[in-house]
Design a protein around this ligand. Structure first.
Ligand code: SF4
Ligand code: SF4
Length: 203
């Protein structure tokens, strides 16, 4: 089971600022067990957002956020997601990455992913999340450079990125090429001007 911890509400608020159609994707497996993304937590977050002046458009509970296979998979459960202009994922970093991969709107996670905890059948993809404990995947709209860049480059590509490809894993796209492509398509390139500070890995 993936161990997650709910982020402080104040850290989630800036992401929804200026958004009209906020949508929540919960997780009915690990996050539900951790009480960080099950139905009660989804409803609680929806309530807090509404109280703060950000009523949500809708929500869904896929079996697991990391099991989402397509946008249609989410539409089948709640077609309001088609009108979302941002998505909050109440799962682990892998779940947030997976949801981000099926949509063109900004995506962030509401949890920090801490560790694997124990092996109970659902595993994060190492490629998508290395459980760093201080999730900032929303700053890159759901594409995590900590886990997907071999050098964990947090402030832009290294000097070896060439033609959109990674110099270390040449068969892969450079994660910064993917981040810039998505941020450009959703008009959020200015966010990449913010300098990312080193993470605090203290437990
Ligand atoms: S920043 Fe990346 S590695 Fe850290 S918890 Fe989020 S998705 Fe996982
Ligand atoms: S080329 Fe891109 S993905 Fe590869 S190490 Fe450099 S910044 Fe990271």
């Amino acid at each position: 089971m993936i161990i997650t911890k709910t982020k402080p509400f104040e850290e989630i608020l800036p992401f929804v600022e200026g958004r009209k159609n906020i949508f929540i994707v919960g997780c009915n497996v690990c996050a539900a067990k951790m009480k960080t993304g099950g139905e009660p937590e989804v409803l609680e977050l929806a309530d807090r957002l509404a109280t703060a002046g950000h009523p949500i458009l809708g929500w869904v509970m896929p079996t697991a956020a990391c099991s989402v296979r397509s946008f249609d998979h989410l539409v089948e459960k709640n077609e309001k997601i088609k009108d979302a202009d941002c998505i909050l994922v109440m799962g682990c970093g892998s779940g947030t990455s997976v949801v981000s991969s099926v949509t063109d709107v900004p995506v962030t996670g509401t949890n920090d992913t801490m560790s694997l905890g124990g092996c109970l059948g659902v595993n994060p993809s190492e490629n998508l999340c290395v459980m760093c404990g201080e999730c900032n995947i929303g700053d890159f709209s759901g594409i995590c450079p900590t886990s997907r860049c071999p050098k964990s480059q947090m402030n832009g590509p290294c000097g070896g990125s060439k033609n959109g490809k990674c110099e270390v894993m040449r068969e892969n796209d450079c994660v910064w090429y993917l981040i810039e492509k998505k941020m450009d398509s959703i008009h959020l390139m200015p966010m990449l001007q913010d300098i990312q500070m080193p993470k605090n890995h203290k437990v």
